[in-house]
Design a binder for this molecule. Structure first.
Ligand code: HEM
Length: 392
């Protein structure tokens, strides 16, 4: 019997990305590895076990031909578009700044920045949580951590957003890609003339891979993904957390009464929201996944978000339960490419939610707000217009 593998997944569809979970569940129930004709055609992997297995097998499922469908105009970026062992060499350079211990120095400055931003609107009694807070706050850590100056950041952020959201529109994405490249190449060239500094660019200028120093281009390709990774995804998780807490003040009170619940609550917000819905691979060895034959050159989308809502893995997967245990989600991917910035994202999501609800305990999403998501694998609420009792 000829099986119908076509499920029509298309992350550029506004309607689908508003709520992709019904489609993910249909895939899981009927045909966990299925096909879509979007963007030239690719396979979608939707169940936890298969996504996990594919993410672990970089020899079969390679990242070297890009992890976006369509691919980003700035690819390849390092280490995301590399396979081990080269990928591992870059991770060794980057990892030390992103451990739980190393990141702890950023907690206080981040908290202060969040409170400073809240001061700017707390008398108004209303706020656009994305624009006024959750899109800006992550910059205060990620820019100095990398070594990107604050000046000119609005323009740079605009180009990054264009690439993340309009990859499927070359007339918008390609010029934005060129701007980012020239910005980053200039930054690296300038840093070579300056005294060494204690940041990611500094680490990369000192580092060697395979016995040779990195070129300006190698450094640009690395810095760019650290910046890309650190912005919209984290914002998306913060907004989803704020939306949940505002609707469930009793859960907020539970967290305040027992702060040991916080890390688990943050993991659950990450699982539930899965801001990176999926990452692509290219098949480098013929294989069979969930009974479906995949051929060399086929594109495959690993749907981490679907895996994180797989009823075969998580009970009541579409319910956010702050004390969910166990909670082995893949919001940060898994395998060799597991997110470099995961500990930073965790720190920022926890700190911002605490600050929002401590200072605006009755914060509510405006009842008349139309909540929409950016249609992309980088799925994020566009805005979260909110109201609260103003404080003098
Ligand atoms: C909630 C926030 C975040 C989410 C959901 C997220 C998600 C992910 C996922 C799913 C991957 C795996 C990519 C793959 O398998 O191809 C990844 C990789 C990566 N992320 Fe994140 N990320 C977040 C925050 C961050 C932050 C804050 C940074 C840096 C400041 C960052 C930097 C990176 C980098 C550099 C990689 C590539 C790692 C590699 O290829 O070895 N991410 N992220």
């Amino acid at each position: 019997v000829e099986k119908n593998y076509e499920y029509g997944y298309d992350s550029s569809s506004e309607a689908l990305m508003q709520d992709p979970y019904p489609l993910y569940h249909k895939m899981q129930a009927e045909c966990p590895v299925n096909h879509t004709q979007a963007f030239g055609g690719f396979w979608c992997v939707s169940n936890f076990e298969a996504v996990h297995a594919a993410a672990a097998d970089f020899r079969t499922f390679s990242s070297t031909e890009g992890v976006g469908i369509p691919n980003s105009p700035v690819a390849p970026l390092y280490p995301i578009d590399l396979d081990p062992p080269l990928q591992t060499a870059y991770r060794k350079i980057l990892n030390p700044r992103f451990t739980v211990e190393a990141l702890e120095v950023w907690r206080k400055p981040f908290r202060e920045e969040v409170n400073r931003l809240i001061d700017q609107f707390i008398r108004r009694g209303e706020v656009l949580l994305a624009k006024d807070l959750c899109q800006i706050a992550p910059l205060s850590v990620v820019l100095p951590l990398i070594g990107i100056p604050r000046e000119g950041i609005d323009e740079l952020k605009g180009w990054v957003a264009t690439i993340i959201r309009y990859r499927s529109e070359p007339s918008r994405a390609i010029p934005a890609g060129q701007k980012i490249e020239s910005y980053m190449m200039e930054l690296v060239a300038r840093r070579r003339t300056m005294p060494p500094q204690d940041d990611v660019v500094g680490d990369l200028l000192q580092a060697k891979v395979g016995g040779r120093e990195l070129t300006d281009e190698d450094i640009y390709r690395t810095v760019t993904i650290v910046l890309f990774g650190g912005l919209d995804t984290t914002t998306a998780a913060m907004l989803e957390g704020a939306r949940f807490m505002s609707a469930h003040p009793e859960e907020w009170r539970r967290l305040e009464a027992d702060p040991s619940l916080w890390p688990g609550a943050v993991e659950e917000i990450l699982r539930f929201s899965s801001p990176a819905q999926g990452m692509a691979r290219t098949v480098h060895k013929d294989t069979v996944l969930e009974g479906v034959p995949l051929k060399v050159g086929d594109k495959v989308m690993l749907l981490f978000a679907a895996a994180n809502h797989d009823p075969g893995k998580f009970e009541n997967p579409d319910k956010l339960q702050i004390d969910r245990c166990p909670n082995e989600h893949m919001a940060f991917g898994s395998g060799a490419h597991v997110c470099l910035g995961r500990n930073l994202a965790r720190l920022e999501v926890e700190e911002i939610l605490k600050a929002i609800f401590r200072r605006m305990p009755d914060l509510k999403i405006r009842p008349d707000a139309k909540l929409e998501y950016h249609p992309s694998e980088a799925r994020s609420l566009k805005e979260l217009p909110s109201v609260f009792t103003p404080k003098g």
